[in-house]
Design a protein around this ligand. Structure first.
Ligand code: ZN
Length: 105
């Protein structure tokens, strides 16, 4: 494999491969993929470093999705997703972000 290549076509053999569900049937590759991401602390959707199970962007997306679905009226403004959202907004105004890759909204 070339030095910079981080993936391969080889099947991954780790503690998640050939895992079984509670009813004894094999877990789908998508479910295993999510478990691997979770174990590495990466976002389940995009693979960025995660806050909980998702990155900030997808934590907010999940929050808003569930709010809509469950018809929540109140917001818990001290929960981590709101605090981080706020912190990020003020940070962008002042200095460039840590990653500094994109300046899009
Ligand atoms: Zn994400």
């Amino acid at each position: 494999m070339p030095k910079n290549k981080k993936w391969s076509r080889e099947k991954i053999h780790d503690r998640f491969s050939s895992m079984l569900k509670a009813d004894g049937t094999p877990m789908s590759r998508q479910q295993i993929h999510m478990l691997r991401k979770k174990a590495q602390g990466l976002c389940l959707t995009c693979g960025e470093p995660a806050v909980g199970v998702y990155c900030l962007k997808h934590t907010i997306a999940a929050r808003e999705r569930m709010r809509k679905k469950l018809k929540y009226q109140r917001r818990l403004h001290n929960s981590s997703s709101y605090l981080l959202e706020k912190a990020k907004k003020t940070k962008v105004k002042g200095k460039a972000k840590k990653t500094g890759a994109k300046k899009k909204k």
